[in-house]
Ligand binder design. Structure first.
Ligand SMILES: CC/C=C\C/C=C\C[C@@H](O)/C=C/C=C/C=C\[C@@H](O)CCCC(=O)O
Ligand SMILES: [Zn+2]
Length: 695
């Protein structure tokens, strides 16, 4: 069978099942004609990718999605990858990766005849299977098999079916070797030209696999419910360096015909989900910032980056005191070029962070505390599928704020929560309070997780845990539970039902006021509203207002000044004692008022020097205030900011506000994006296209 063999598919519609019943039911989608983008069943001649991915196709049969994960085709209930070995070459000339992926697959159910993986925008050259001696990859005898690639689902890609030579018994293992290459549509990868880097001399590659982009980089069971260890050998052109979400175990320069290449070797011995696969290749230099931490980035920025993140070890040690010993060996940081679409990504052993954190005053390092917290919540205890994403993010925000609270006091922890609550209101405003994506546990059948992504799982999840902490007796009850939670589930992927079940078990056994009291308190929690209710959280939190009052007072004075802009009594000293978070909250409150008259905007801008502010959080919020007032002189500065960096937290609201401001603003937003689309990471570009009605 050809390597791009098509299967027919049906439309993806929702099944009328209850939430947890659905987790136990194998879903097949009903038959109805639908158009899908697919590939013709031809052999793999390269590199005509664009034509491969442009054919439309009418579907007419059934498609099966994973029983555990609505966003994956993998048959993880029958068999799952335990270990992955990658041998990849980075081809900057073609903008692709090519090589092999060997899966060591464990069979869970008897009579298993096929291994199903996720792929998207990959070209599969061949698939081989070895079941004779799976313990030894080098001695194993691989046999080529006829694989099948389903037709492409526009969001989830193509299921790859690998026949296993024979019906396998439970608890046996098999090796599957796939030879493949990525394409220009592989959304996990961003290849940068030298001009897009700080040094301007060398090309650069970085990946972003969360949520379901790993399948565009490696054929894999791309579900957070599957945990794997991995090793990798990455061949890259000299003098570039490769790093991965793993421990570096060596590098060697090739000779002879392969002169000019280096092979970098890696090993990840702690099992992790596919979305944590990560690779960077570029002109990288490292500077040590702690006993287990190096900051990596281009040489031009390495000193500034190391200075900014010098608190890393203190954060790790505080997290260890709160939870359990750090499991991943090293905790390095990579400062990625500015198009990185997120603040940070918790890739194990090597967190990726945006350069927008380099404020020059260490004021934005809460993101590092956040990513460090993921080493426990998310990376050790992982959501089973993207619907329970809050288990990763709500927990991580909770731990992040615990760390900052221990280091800087409870008032700081609460103030972070106030800012987060404001951001939650903005997200719910954006979606609309009845939008299904405002639920803590959204229904993601047929949905691309990127479309559902927002601050909701972060802040609604935080608010649930914050509420439970107070409701169940405060930190003296909740902090020991946090440790127990990590111990209970480390190394596993769980869903919200398992999380809740353990909370009950723990509290009933260990609540200091006894089982009956624990039962009574837990019975008062409206779980349905917390999990599935839309809009803001069902319980309004009470946060410490110590750091808030000065922000509210200053904002109130400015709001009142709109009546007499000729007699203003403000001075730069107003902000002298404000932290960056306080300045942010001050600007958030200003943004909630009716738009300011332009004279007042100009006065505030001059007095507080806001025009030239470089701190990305302040710059973003100030530009949002100006855009709300349709203050057109800010337009060129907004364009500068959205072209200097591609972090979605900033560029999406700025582009949307510019687009919604005036007809000129709308045209400027669309034209700017269209001209600079290539600057943005594919994940950000896909969202911006929708935001600007260009999809
Ligand atoms: C309910 C939502 C369900 C699924 C979404 C899952 C993943 C979404 C995907 O788009 C990936 C997200 C990656 C996030 C990485 C880092 C964030 O913590 C950054 C937060 C924003 C920022 O600071 O820039
Ligand atoms: Zn996070």
């Amino acid at each position: 069978m050809g390597c791009l063999q098509s299967r027919t598919v049906s439309t993806v519609t929702r099944q009328p099942t209850t939430r947890y019943a659905r987790l136990e039911t194998k879903l097949t989608y009903p038959t109805s004609p639908a158009k899908y983008i697919t590939v013709p069943p031809t052999k793999c001649s390269l590199p005509a990718y664009s034509s491969l991915f442009s054919t439309t196709f009418t579907a007419d049969s059934n498609r099966t999605l994973s029983a555990m994960d609505p966003n994956s085709f993998a048959n993880t209930d029958r068999c799952s990858t335990r270990h992955l070995s990658l041998r990849l070459t980075v081809d900057f000339g073609r903008g692709i990766l090519h090589g092999t992926a060997i899966h060591r697959v464990k069979v869970h159910q008897s009579d298993t005849k096929e291994f199903i993986l996720d792929t998207k925008h990959l070209v599969i050259h061949s698939v081989e299977v070895a079941s004779d001696n799976p313990a030894n990859v080098t001695a194993a005898k691989f046999v080529t098999v006829e694989h099948q690639l389903d037709a492409a689902h526009p969001k989830f890609g193509q299921a790859l079916h690998v026949p296993l030579l024979t019906a396998m018994a439970a608890d046996t293992e098999v090796l599957v070797r796939i030879s493949y290459e990525t394409t220009h549509q592989s959304s996990a990868l961003q290849f940068l030209t030298p001009e897009q880097t700080a040094g301007k001399v060398h090309p650069y590659l970085f990946t972003q696999c969360q949520a379901i982009h790993a399948r565009t980089m490696v054929p894999c069971q791309d579900s957070p419910g599957v945990k794997i260890t991995y090793d990798a050998a990455i061949q890259a052109p000299k003098p570039l360096k490769a790093l991965m979400s793993a421990i570096s175990i060596g590098e060697r320069d090739l000779t002879g015909a392969d002169q000019g290449w280096t092979v970098f070797e890696f090993e990840q011995k702690t099992s992790m989900p596919s979305y944590l696969l990560a690779l960077v290749v570029g002109n990288l230099q490292g500077k040590s910032v702690g006993p287990r931490s190096t900051v990596w980035t281009e040489p031009e920025v390495v000193d500034a980056a190391a200075w900014e993140f010098v608190d890393t070890e203190e954060f790790i040690a505080t997290a260890e005191a709160l939870l359990t010993p750090y499991q991943w060996g090293r905790y390095d940081l990579l400062v990625v070029p500015p198009s990185f679409p997120f603040g940070g990504m918790e890739n194990p052993c090597l967190t990726f962070v945006t350069p927008t954190l380099l404020a020059g005053d260490r004021s934005l390092v809460d993101v590092v505390a956040h990513e460090i917290s993921h080493s426990w919540t998310g990376n050790l205890v992982t959501t089973k599928n993207w619907e329970s994403f809050w288990l990763n993010e709500g927990w991580t925000v909770f731990v992040e704020r615990k760390i900052l609270g221990r280091l800087h006091g409870e008032a700081t922890r609460h103030f972070g929560a106030i800012l987060g609550y404001k951001e939650l209101e903005r997200a719910i405003d954006f979606f609309g309070k009845d939008n299904p994506f405002t639920a803590l546990i959204p229904d993601l059948q047929g949905e691309d997780p990127d479309d559902a992504f927002s601050t909701v799982p972060y802040e609604k999840g935080f608010n649930l845990l914050f509420y439970l902490e107070n409701h169940l007796g405060g930190p003296q009850v909740f902090e020991p539970y946090m440790k127990a939670y990590i111990r209970e589930f480390a190394g596993q992927s769980i869903d919200a039902a398992q999380w809740k079940d353990f909370l009950y078990r723990y509290m009933l056994d260990y609540h200091p006021e006894g089982t009956d009291k624990a039962k009574e308190l837990l019975s008062q929690v409206d779980w349905d509203k917390w999990f599935y209710g839309r809009g803001m959280p069902p319980v309004v939190p009470t946060f410490d207002r110590t750091l808030l009052e000065a922000c509210e007072e200053l904002a109130r004075r400015w709001n009142e000044a709109r009546e007499h802009t000729d007699k203003l009594s403000f001075s730069p000293n107003d902000l002298a004692d404000f932290t960056t978070d306080q300045k942010s909250v001050f600007l958030e409150i200003i943004r909630d008022f009716e738009p300011f008259p332009h004279a007042l905007i100009e006065a505030m801008q001059d007095i507080y020097q806001l025009k030239d502010v470089r701190n990305s959080e302040i710059r973003f919020r100030w530009q949002m205030v100006c855009l709300k007032a349709h203050y057109t002189p800010v337009f060129p500065r907004v364009v500068d900011f959205v072209l200097e960096q591609g972090r979605m937290k900033f560029v999406r609201p700025l582009y949307r506000s510019l687009y919604g401001s005036t007809p000129e603003g709308a045209k400027l937003a669309q034209d700017t994006f269209k001209q600079h689309r290539e600057f943005y990471h594919p994940i950000a570009a896909a969202q911006l296209e929708k935001d600007l009605d260009l999809a």
